[in-house]
Design a protein around this ligand. Structure first.
Ligand code: FAD
Length: 806
């Protein structure tokens, strides 16, 4: 066994093996894997081995498509058969809503370059002769799906890695991890110690334990999962085809062929979290759990109805095994904040679909500093302290039960809520707010009319929120609206070296004292890392505002780059509240409520001042995402409730009205303002999204400058534009394809109705060669229809920006 190596990967399941292979593939060969028993000894050995490419997050879907391509690659390199059955996958829809959704997914796959076909009941029967299609409306067939052998695929990855120089130590147990002052690690095993630069936690079912060895809380929960294997069926014995992987979405089950019988797996509503205090070390290798037939009875009965031959063939074997889920069902990948050189690669609930995609992203992160593209959906730093053990159990259970739930874009799931609430949550409840949740915090989405239940109907079309949101938008455009901004992330960067650090961090010029600037953060590759608002509170003190759900993601970035500068970086998000007022009446409200001079002369657009509002000490910033005259007030949480009450009272005669995030997004869309994770993400560069206007290319030494200069001087493949869509009762949501005549021209990043301009609007990245096409030639898929669209030459509302500057 080596005493020194670059990386120790802990865990020899499908994920650990994929990481080991990708580290070698990207050039690090001095790497080892430590496995306490045999390869596949955790969840991997008893998996159904099915893989598919669909995922609601498009970047995850791309990585899943990549993962599938790797199996053939490692089979060729290693000579180890991976047992690939590339049968294709069939997603079956049995309700009109699901059918609509399947057609929407079909369009989204075109954006990703993944081929799929819509099929009717007859074609479904041709592909799967044992299915009863009496209530089936249609389906989606994706050729690049199927199943493989868990043993063969894990061994092929590990062998290919070994052939490239990696070493694999079996029957070797990692017992402890010791962090050295220089950031390196001593991995303590029962066979001796290994000193290494990096540790990867790919310990699957035991990831919580391996987390604890480094003081890291891993928010995952093992869930029991059943599938049955049937006896042989004549229908299959006499057939010369092979069944595809069938996901019966409404039946909440999946099926694939196993010899002349089938494997039928279910996601039962009566789910069972397993071993909540930790996974026993003596579990694994060939252990299974006692089946709970009573828990899966309903789903099995549905299976027997859908596939009558299954009932006739009888159950040959029942498998019940545990595998892990993060609160939102996506993996936990990447560097763990505060624990240098400790990498998470766990919580993977679909290791065969996702393993190599995750491993590629992680290996790029470790070797090149960042993964290619936006992988936030699996970034371990999308969770913070709010993801406690109890929270994770409730959420993982909810996710498991809803694995095939028809998720509408306006869905909000109820488990583990309310968790964090803002200081004046009760006031929002009184005002009949409909809440969403972000980073564990309740935030008002919109306000239901008095006397009605504050509930939104899940829909792909305009919901019952449409009219109330229209009213909230009118209140802001015509009078004054008030918004709970508690969900904004609020950082403070201060100290003797703060200015130098900020100059290095941000691609923009820094604001002068008392001023505000938009501050893009760039990656060394020149792609976006952040879209922040920077305020200068003192010569050596900055307030930085961002999206609340990115707190850990941003803090990690700041901490990774501060070096030995004398700077204090503080996340004040939970200590400070933000209240936003916006609309033409907001200055009058401020003059009634605030102690300071809020005139345009004294407090122009993009300035910040300290003043009391009511009796609350505030930092008041003059800006607004709504495109109207507006102010943001930052105050310690303890003052926020009285501040909110004071503003409501002072604004009563001005007709003040609370508004929510939905109205904010609609108002912002009318101004063509983008948001992070949609228009802005590591997938895009400043020139692509129009952020080049904020970048100070003359400034020396900021992160990503060289690449930003190259970006400025070249023509991008896509540019961000605003579309007006001639739609009827629905708006685009994101990732719908945009067509120019019949050619694929780009994709939507977000869409909503612009209530002031009364237009369905969307932001979209369009390939630059189509930007000069004539107006009439564009169309966008909205839900299930191709609707005409035009590119707007400027923002739909107040393009000169005179109102917010007034
Ligand atoms: C019944 C069932 C059916 C499934 N079907 C599918 C499917 O069809 N498709 C799909 O994609 N996924 C499926 N899954 C999920 C899939 O099994 C998991 O996503 C995958 O196995 C996770 O792999 P892993 O490598 O992360 O973890 P694991 O397989 O749990 O591997 C972790 C490894 O780490 C080792 N280890 C842990 N701690 C230590 C330590 N301290 N020292 C040394 N070694 C250690 C363990 O021994 C183990 O081998 C299924 C799961 C179940 C239970």
């Amino acid at each position: 066994m080596k005493e020194h190596t670059r990386v120790v990967v802990i865990g020899g399941g499908i994920v650990g093996a994929a990481v080991l292979y990708h580290l070698t593939k990207l050039g690090w060969s001095d790497v080892v894997m430590v496995e306490r028993k045999q390869l596949t000894a955790g969840s991997t050995w008893h998996a159904a081995g099915a893989f598919h490419s669909m995922n609601s997050d498009p970047n995850m879907a791309k990585l899943q498509a990549y993962a599938i391509s790797v199996y053939k690659e490692v089979e060729k390199i290693s000579g180890q058969d991976v047992g690939m059955h590339l049968t294709g996958g069939l997603n079956v829809a049995a309700t009109p809503d699901r059918w609509e959704n399947v057609r929407y997914e079909h369009e989204k796959l075109k954006v990703l370059g993944i081929e799929s076909q819509l099929v009717g009941p007859g074609e479904i029967r041709d592909l799967c002769p044992i299915i009863d299609t009496r209530d089936v409306i249609g389906g989606l067939f994706v050729g690049n799906e199927g199943n493989l052998d868990p043993y063969g695929s894990t061994h092929a990855l590990a062998k290919a890695a070994r052939m490239a120089g990696a070493e694999v130590y079996l029957k070797t147990m990692v017992e402890d991890l010791v962090h050295k002052p220089d950031g390196s690690w001593t991995v303590v095993t029962d066979k001796g110690n290994i000193h290494c630069e990096h540790v990867v936690n790919a310990a699957g079912l035991w990831a919580r334990e391996v987390g604890r060895m480094a003081g890291v809380h891993v928010p995952i929960v093992p869930m029991e999962h059943h599938y049955i294997l049937t006896g042989d069926m004549d229908e299959l014995a006499q057939w010369d085809g092979e069944l595809p992987l069938v996901l019966d979405l409404d039946g909440e089950m999946y099926l694939r062929q196993e010899r002349n019988g089938v494997l039928l797996g279910v996601y039962e509503k009566n789910s069972t979290p397993w071993s909540l205090d930790g996974t026993p070390w003596d579990y694994g290798e060939s252990d299974l759990l006692e089946p709970r037939l009573e828990n899966i009875e309903d789903e099995l009965m549905r299976g027997f109805e859908r596939y009558p031959a299954v009932a006739d063939a009888g159950i040959r074997r029942i498998v019940n095994g545990p595998f892990t889920f993060a609160p939102d069902g996506n993996p936990l990948v990447g560097p763990v904040r505060g624990v240098q050189n400790y990498w998470s690669c766990c919580g993977v609930m679909a290791g065969f679909s996702q393993g190599s995609g995750i491993a590629l992203a992680l290996s790029q992160w470790m070797i090149e500093g960042e993964p290619e593209g936006d992988v936030f959906a699996m970034d371990v730093n999308r969770f913070g302290k709010f993801a406690t053990k109890a929270y994770s159990i409730e959420k993982a259970n909810e996710f498991y039960q809803n694995r095939f739930y028809l998720l509408c874009p306006n869905d909000e799931w109820p488990a583990a809520r309310p968790n964090k609430v803002s200081a004046f949550h009760d006031r929002l409840v009184q005002a009949n707010a409909v809440f969403g949740s972000s980073f564990g915090l309740e935030l008002p989405l919109w306000f239901a009319p008095e006397g009605s239940e504050p509930v939104e109907t899940p829909s792909f079309r305009r919901s019952n929120a449409h009219e109330p949101v229209a009213e909230e938008c009118r209140a802001v455009r015509d009078g004054v609206g008030i918004l709970d901004g508690s969900s904004f992330a609020k950082y403070e960067i201060s100290g003797p070296d703060a200015e130098g650090f900020m100059e290095y961090l941000f691609a923009s010029r820094l604001p002068e004292l008392g001023k505000i600037r938009m501050g893009p953060l760039l990656l060394p590759s020149g792609h976006l890392k952040g879209d922040m608002t920077v305020m200068r509170l003192a010569q050596d003190k900055f307030r930085v505002i961002g999206s609340g759900y990115l707190q850990e993601f941003h803090m990690l970035w700041f901490e990774q780059h501060v070096g030995d500068r004398n700077v204090r970086i503080a996340n004040r998000s939970d200590e400070l509240s933000a209240i936003v007022i916006a609309g033409p009446g907001s200055r009058e409200l401020m003059s009634l409520a605030a102690s300071g001079d809020v005139s345009n002369e004294s407090m122009p657009f993009m300035s910040v001042r300290s003043m009391d509002v009511g009796i609350a000490p505030c930092q008041v910033a003059r800006l607004s995402f709504t495109g109207e005259l507006g102010y943001e007030m930052y105050t310690p949480v303890v003052y926020a409730r009285s501040l909110y009450d004071h503003l409501l009272e002072a604004g009563e005669k001005l007709g003040i009205k609370p508004f929510g995030i939905r109205a904010l997004l609609s108002l912002g869309m009318e101004k063509s303002f983008g948001i992070w994770s949609r228009e802005f993400s590591p997938d895009y560069t400043p020139v692509m999204c129009g952020f080049d206007r904020f970048v100070d290319y003359d400034k020396a030494g900021f992160i990503g400058r060289e690449a930003a200069l190259a970006d400025r001087d070249s023509e991008p493949e896509h540019r961000l534009v605003t579309l007006e869509i001639d739609s009827i009762d629905a708006d685009a949501w994101g990732y719908e394809p945009v067509w120019c005549k019949d050619e694929y021209a780009g994709f939507v990043t977000s869409g909503t109705y612009g209530h002031t301009v009364q237009k369905s609007l969307a932001l979209a990245y369009i390939k630059t060669q189509f930007l000069n096409a004539s107006k009439e030639e564009f169309s966008v898929h909205v839900v299930d229809q191709r609707r005409p669209a035009v590119i707007l030459p400027e923002a739909a509302y107040d393009p000169s920006g005179s109102l917010m500057r007034s």
